[in-house]
Write a protein that binds this ligand. Structure first.
Ligand code: GLY
Ligand code: MN
Ligand code: MN
Length: 490
């Protein structure tokens, strides 16, 4: 067969294979990705050390209902395991644990037909071996008598034990895994005790290594973050079209989150913040319970999708009626200018603090020019009650990733970091400014990939400029025709 024909033949066969097997192309992180992260961790671990990673506890909401489970991001990063009651051990050097040498062991839940009937299938030992590709896997119950002498290691590295782990009474649960670890290593978290009992125990060093790793994103992670960012910004743009006075904050939240779900985003990356008028001045306002948005006020929307574990972090602030008032526009443009100033400077090698300084200079000078900061800087600028800049009281930039405020270093920007730039101005009622500015709150938050040449704006699917926002808000929304029956009279 000629080479050209052979290639066509292979392609046709592959196509048929995909169709006949209904192969679903997955964009989840692969077992290889996680294995490679474990290798990278091992390389950074000190000689003759072991690192322990526990699954997150299940948190109870009320009575017999729990919060939706969220895995410990480090354990997820290193394994892709999404189940509770697990413990991962990673060894710097191979250990002969059965008959052969291994560099990792996972303890996880076994099967339980009744529990799986209610809560869905568990991976079990075989699943963890085959799907996650961990070298050695046991049920959690095995750990109690597991033959491993922790005193032979120079370093036992872990994040200090969480103090909200409930005893489920199930043998080998997280509570047991932690208690058994405590007796094996001779250390119990004791808030009164500064120094651990054994001197090979280190509850600090692992975080240094993890920050180095998670702060610099791999290509696969950047792909997922970009997806989360696209979903979140498409939602912002759709909501801009749909926004009308009289809608409620929770309805706006629902529209964003509905669009996240349309794109198969599993969760919100953090509790959604939708604050109109003075609610926008509460930095992490999550009640979202204002029932009717007022014509003439601004609404601050800080929401983002979490897609396959990775979250965006996006804020847009828009006029409820589609047009900024003159004063709103002045404040908005100042925040926009501050964000642009930082974005223009942003590139590998710059200090994080220089990004903040770039935003603060624009905001402080701008507010001074508007007569909002009256005195001489800096006395006038710092609020003595909070110790923060009175109208710009938060930082400008943080890593995003598996956590919305992701692990990472905050000294120099490095290539393949993914960060936010999010200046804001918040002028609550009773501030020492002319009352005409009161209850104005603006935050603009975007996500950037740091490169050697500059910072690439990832969140460009939602407008940021005031005039672009106003133009988009004039476009009809399909939701205009989505009328639900009234509950009145019920
Ligand atoms: N959404 C939280 C933050 O902007 O940091
Ligand atoms: Mn943020
Ligand atoms: Mn945010």
């Amino acid at each position: 067969m000629k080479k050209r024909h052979l290639i066509s033949f292979i392609l046709i066969m592959l196509f048929h294979l995909v169709i006949s097997q209904q192969v679903i192309v997955s964009d989840h992180l692969t077992a290889d990705f996680h294995a490679q992260r474990r290798t990278a961790l091992r390389e950074k671990m000190p000689t003759n050390s072991v690192a322990l990673f526990f699954a997150n506890p299940i948190r109870n909401r009320a009575n017999d209902v729990d919060y939706i489970y969220h895995q410990d991001p480090n354990l997820y990063y290193l394994t892709g395991h999404n189940e509770p009651h697990a413990l991962l051990l990673i060894f710097k050097e191979g250990q002969v644990l059965t008959d052969h040498e291994v560099s990792e062991v996972l303890f996880t839940r076994g099967h339980d037909a009744l529990k799986e009937l209610y809560n869905g299938p568990r991976m079990g030992v075989e699943g963890a071996k085959s799907k996650l590709g961990i070298q050695l896997v046991y049920e959690g119950t095995v750990f109690e008598d597991f033959n491993l002498d922790f005193s032979t290691f120079d370093k036992v590295l872990f994040y200090d034990f969480k103090n909200d782990v409930l005893d489920t009474q199930e043998q080998g649960d997280l509570f047991d895994l932690m208690s058994w670890t405590q007796s094996k290593i001779g250390y119990q978290q004791d808030l009164m005790m500064i120094e651990p009992i054994q001197n090979n125990i280190d509850v600090k060093a692992l975080d240094v290594i993890i920050k180095d790793m998670r702060g610099i994103k791999e290509v696969e992670e950047i792909t997922l973050i970009k997806k989360a960012v696209d979903i979140s910004t498409i939602a912002q743009a759709e909501v801009m079209k749909a926004m009308r006075p009289g809608m409620s904050e929770s309805e706006i939240q629902g529209l964003h989150e509905y669009i996240f779900k349309r794109y198969q985003a599993e969760f919100e990356g953090y509790p959604s913040i939708v604050g109109a008028g003075h609610n926008g001045c509460v930095l992490h306002y999550i009640e979202n319970n204002k029932s009717s948005l007022i014509d003439g006020e601004l609404i601050l929307m800080d929401l983002a999708a979490e897609y396959h574990g990775y979250t965006a972090d996006i804020t847009r602030t828009i006029p409820v009626n589609g047009t900024f008032s003159t004063d709103q526009r002045r404040i908005y443009d100042l925040v926009y200018e501050a964000q642009e100033a930082a974005a223009q400077l942003c590139k590998a090698g710059l200090k994080f603090s220089e990004l903040y300084d770039a935003t603060a200079v624009v905001i402080n000078n701008g507010l001074h020019n508007l007569g909002i900061y009256k005195g001489t800087q800096p006395d006038d600028i710092v609020n003595p009650e909070t110790g923060r800049n009175r109208y710009y009281p938060h930082g400008c930039c943080h890593h995003i990733g598996l956590d919305v405020h992701d692990k990472g270093n905050y000294n120099l920007l490095e290539e393949n970091m993914v960060i936010t730039i999010e200046p804001g101005i918040y002028i609550p009622k009773d501030s020492p400014s002319d009352p005409r500015w009161w209850d104005l709150a603006v935050r603009i938050e975007d996500d950037y990939l740091v490169t050697a040449e500059g910072c690439q704006l990832l969140s460009d699917k939602a407008p940021r400029k005031a005039s672009d926002i106003e133009a988009l808000m004039k476009i009809k929304s399909p939701l205009d025709d989505f009328i639900l029956p009234s509950l009145e009279g019920n």
